[in-house]
Design a protein around this ligand. Sequence first.
Ligand code: ADP
Ligand code: ADP
Length: 226
Amino acid sequence: MYALAINDLVKRYPTGTEALKGVSLAIEEGEFYGLLGPNGAGKSTLIHCTTGLAQPTSGSIEVFGHDAVHHYGDARLAVGLAPQEPNLDWFLTIEESLDFHGGYFGMTRKDRKERATELLDAFSLTDKRHEKTRFLSGGMKRRLILARALMHRPRLLILDEPTAGVDVELRLELWHYVQRINQEGTTILLTTHYLEEAEQLCNKIAFINGGEIVATGTSAELAAEY
Ligand code: ADP
Ligand code: ADP
């Protein structure tokens, strides 16, 4: 069973744009999988289809064997999403934001408290836990988004361009965090338009362009070919 298996996925928007033209990919449990491609390649569309935010036109998506197209509820608990836009709830504190998210995923009060304590520590946010999220620095916001996505202990973490628009120093810091998450056993799907990011982090890379996967391999294999 794959962590994520996508088969012949097509997404046509009402505008007529075919953002995905029959994409297939398979991610093994434990992998750090990179979807690399330029703006407009179809990366966000693929993530939206995989997280129940968009309905594919045709094709199948399975998350740990659960049909994510027709019964997203079954796949939902297995997926954590760190969206590209830091869509934080501005009036909540860091701690409340984690707690709220845990509630959304049906965690008990006790479990939410324990998990939040663990994540605040892991992402060096404990001292700031009572700060409103709207006052956080860019780096703290990005860390909170990772922590929030991990709150319900998803087996598959989806990172949508986690370092787009951040400076080099923060990028390195975020790389360190996501590598650790993967080493601790969480499967990761990361989208990026930075070749270097995919090479540094991912053991498997798929190049997407114009809604099609044009090459797949390890970073060493792709470097040899291109
Ligand atoms: P990426 O995330 O790789 O930048 P997207 O998935 O956002 O790519 O976009 C793929 C294509 O689909 C682009 O041509 C984009 O303009 C188009 N597209 C994305 N979202 C929509 C939408 N809601 N309606 C119509 N076209 C869209
Ligand atoms: P907004 O309040 O901006 O509309 P949502 O309520 O859609 O945001 O999502 C809040 C957070 O819940 C997201 O940032 C993400 O971490 C998580 N989330 C949303 N949809 C999903 C999903 N389909 N699978 C897993 N996590 C999700």
